[in-house]
Design a binder for this molecule. Structure first.
Ligand code: UGC
Ligand code: NI
Length: 165
């Protein structure tokens, strides 16, 4: 019987061990362009180790079927990876602490439609989980030499129920 994962709200404090939450609340706000624009400054810094370059992508995520099974995690040792939803729809973020080179217990967060995340380099996370509809995301991550993808399967799956948030 798969363990059902609790799903918590995405907050800066809860997500701090894994990276930053990208949102306007609590951000450094600068008024620019003769007062016509608010700049929410430096929400996170992109990392691109070993001479890699930071690239900007669009991801179009197919909605995951629920109940959804978390059976694996991945991480990017050489760079960070940031996701920001374009369609203003909620999505799921699943991360885990490292335990001797393997992902520990998954931690699931429900992200709002105006909340993004920046996974720090080498942080275990599940690949993009879109909910209910095809969803587009702006993604900032690293391109360059070296193997920037490490994957790990869990010995048993964890389940995410649709009515669990
Ligand atoms: N593979 C890829 O570019 N995407 C994953 O890293 C992901 O976290 O979705
Ligand atoms: Ni990734």
């Amino acid at each position: 019987m798969a363990d059902v994962l609790p799903i918590g709200p995405l907050t800066r404090a809860a997500f701090a061990p894994f990276g930053e939450v990208l949102e306007t609340d609590g951000a450094e706000r600068r008024i620019i362009n003769e007062g016509t624009t608010e700049r929410f400054h430096a929400l996170a810094c992109a990392e691109a180790e070993r001479g890699g370059k930071v690239i900007i992508n669009l991801f179009r995520g197919q909605p995951r079927p629920f109940p959804y099974e978390i059976a694996m995690m991945e991480r990017h040792p050489l760079g960070s990876q940031a996701f920001f939803p374009i369609d203003n729809r909620p999505w799921l973020v699943v991360v885990a602490k490292d335990e001797d080179g393997r992902p520990g217990l998954p931690q699931a967060f429900l992200a709002g439609g105006r909340q993004g995340v920046n996974f720090h380099a080498n942080v275990w996370h599940h690949p993009l989980i879109a909910i209910d509809e095809v969803s587009d995301f702006l993604v900032v991550d690293r391109e360059g030499e070296g193997d920037n993808l490490e994957e790990a399967d869990y010995p048993s799956v964890f389940r995410i129920e649709r009515d669990n948030w």
